[in-house]
Design a protein around this ligand. Structure first.
Ligand code: AMP
Length: 278
């Protein structure tokens, strides 16, 4: 496994890789969720490139950029075990040279859900992913359903800007008690970690209700809300029952929906989601 930092080094190493090339963009501090993406890429592509970059432009000034957990040595060991060919670990200066002023913005899809809570987040995500695609020139790119809106936004960007990249969205990997794996779970103390199971518990309760015949969007949102509100260590930021592709909130009776939520557990912000109706 080769590791590179600069763009000339990356381009030289990329030129040696047989195609199809799969890219797995990450912010590091890897867990089984990230590794499931890398393994899928390994199965489907002749070459696998993973990027590790804590992208400053997707964090707002008050967010956790400086505190974001990092363990490069461990990450490289894990990626080596999966059989990744090339790891690109650019510095912020490599990605954002002085006087950088060009942004990629997906408009309507980023106004809702995570974008409503984090207004500058997706501009940072789409800009960095567009740059990764331009430099690495992958045929396939692997993203997690954990960040459901991100996957929808990237798919829109790829269509709108004609990137010749197939986006593969991989299922959420969870801890045995249901908590979706996240690098940010490392922030939780034991009581918060226990309380954080309320995300998957409440979403599953709504899914059970759907399977038992409940179709009301308001009712499904209320099921999640009531369970979260009963957990004193957790504050609900939003619960959404939206169309899985347009991300617009649904009313009345639904056939298929993305149930997604964000909460705060102390200072830690956690998200989770599931799709009901196929
Ligand atoms: P991050 O390092 O948080 O930017 O995540 C990098 C990629 O891993 C994104 O496409 C995430 O959606 C994906 N990912 C993160 N956590 C999980 C998880 N628990 N299951 C599946 N994919 C995940």
């Amino acid at each position: 496994m080769k590791t590179v930092i600069s763009i000339p080094e990356l381009r030289a190493a990329r030129a040696e890789l047989p195609g199809p090339v799969g890219i797995v963009p990450t912010m590091g501090y890897l867990h089984e969720g990230h590794l499931s993406l890398a393994r899928r890429a390994r199965e489907e592509c002749a070459s696998v490139v993973t990027t590790i970059f804590v992208n400053p432009t997707q964090f707002a000034p008050e967010e956790d950029l400086d505190a974001y957990p990092r363990d490069l040595e461990r990450d490289l060991g894990l990626l080596d075990e999966v059989g990744v060919d090339l790891v690109w670990m650019p510095t912020p200066e490599v990605i954002y040279p002085e006087n950088f002023q060009t942004w990629v913005v997906v408009e309507d899809l980023t106004q809702v859900l995570e974008g409503a809570s984090r207004p500058t987040h997706f501009r940072g995500v789409t800009t960095v992913v567009a740059k990764l695609f331009n430099v690495v020139q992958p045929q396939k790119a692997y993203f997690g359903q954990k960040d459901a809106q991100q996957a929808v936004v990237i798919q829109r960007m790829v269509k709108d800007l004609n990137f010749p990249v197939e986006i593969v969205v991989c299922s959420i990997v969870r801890e045995p008690d249901g908590l979706a794996m996240s690098s940010r779970n490392a922030y939780l103390d034991p009581a918060q970690r226990q309380a954080a199971t309320v995300l998957s518990r409440s979403l599953n309760a709504a899914k059970d209700a759907f399977q038992a015949g409940e179709r009301g969007a308001d009712q499904l949102r209320a099921i999640v809300m009531d369970i979260v509100n009963a957990e004193p260590l957790v504050a609900l930021e939003y619960i959404s029952c939206a169309h899985p592709e347009t991300l617009l909130e649904l009313d009345g009776s639904i056939e298929r929906a993305l149930l997604s939520m964000a909460v705060r557990v102390g200072k830690t912000r956690l998200i989770d989601n599931l799709v009901v109706g196929g």
